[in-house]
Design a protein around this ligand. Structure first.
Ligand code: PAF
Length: 283
């Protein structure tokens, strides 16, 4: 496995691969890798001939400086995991390499897809994501980009970016990997205390309850949201950032429970913010 930190080194290898007609798969990450990230690698290896993983905690997508400072870092373990899972190249740049100037004159956004969910409660977050993934897509010249569907809004926004602006990359959404008790895998789970980790299972259990109540005939959206909100708030140390029901394509709020709906939530358990979502089909 090759590990590079400089853009010039990455470009040299990529250009060599391109000459050999390799198909490049790209899995962007912020490190502290887990089985969910390795699912991205697995799908990439099935679809492509070379897999690149980037590990970069992107400062421009953190609206809360404390969140950036406390974001976990585990480079040594990450590299080991990548090697064991057959990654061909890890790109591990510094902030100075990705952002040689302290300010960028470009601001990117897709307002219609950013007005709800995390876009509403984390102002500036998706602007930072769009900026970094655009740079990384160009540097890796990837044919395919793999993104976890736990970050469903991120997936939709990046897909819209690449479709609208004709980026020569195909975006693939990979299903959320879950722990045995249903909690969506996330690098942030590591920051939960033992007690809060237990409380966090309220999130997957809330999705079970959501499906059960729909199946048992609940059709009133406000009542449904109230039932689910009350359930989450039975947990100690729980604060709901949002619990929204939106159209899975436009991400706009829905006024009725009909067809496929995206139920998405962001919940603080202690001071750790966890997100999850599920597309639920209302009969
Ligand atoms: O999902 C993430 O880990 C990040 O938002 C990404 C896509 C690596 C961009 O920094």
């Amino acid at each position: 496995m090759i590990v590079v930190s400089e853009i010039s080194e990455l470009k040299k290898i990529v250009s060599n691969w391109k000459q050999k007609k390799e198909i490049i798969g790209f899995c962007p990450t912020m490190g502290t890798l887990h089985a969910g990230h390795m699912d991205l690698v697995k799908v990439s290896k099935e679809k492509t001939t070379k897999t690149i993983v980037s590990i970069f905690i992107n400062p421009t997508q953190f609206n809360d400086p404390k969140d950036f400072e406390t974001y976990p870092k585990n480079t040594e373990t990450d590299l080991k995991l990548c090697e064991e899972n057959g990654v061909d190249l890890v790109f591990l740049p510094s902030v100075g390499v990705m952002y040689p100037k302290s300010e960028t004159p470009i601001q990117m956004s897709i307002p219609s897809l950013q007005s709800t969910l995390c876009g509403r409660t984390r102002p500036g977050h998706f602007e930072g994501v769009l900026q970094i993934v655009s740079k990384l897509f160009h540097l890796t010249e990837a044919n395919f980009g793999f993104f976890g569907l736990k970050d469903y809004q991120q997936y939709r926004i990046i897909k819209a970016l690449t479709d609208e602006l004709n980026f020569p990359i195909q975006i693939v959404g990979v299903p959320t990997k879950r722990e045995a008790d249903g909690l969506a895998m996330s690098s942030r789970n590591l920051r939960l205390s033992l007690k809060d980790r237990e409380t966090a299972t309220l999130i997957p259990r809330m999705f079970q309850l959501a499906k059960k109540t729909i199946l048992s005939g609940e059709r009133n959206l406000s009542v449904w949201r109230e039932i689910l909100t009350d359930f989450l708030l039975t947990g100690m140390n729980v604060k709901i950032d949002y619990l929204e029901v939106v159209d899975p394509f436009t991400l706009q709020p829905l006024s009725e429970l009909r067809g496929d709906v995206l139920l998405a939530t962001a919940v603080f358990v202690g001071d750790v913010r966890l997100i999850d979502n599920e597309i639920i089909t209302c009969p």
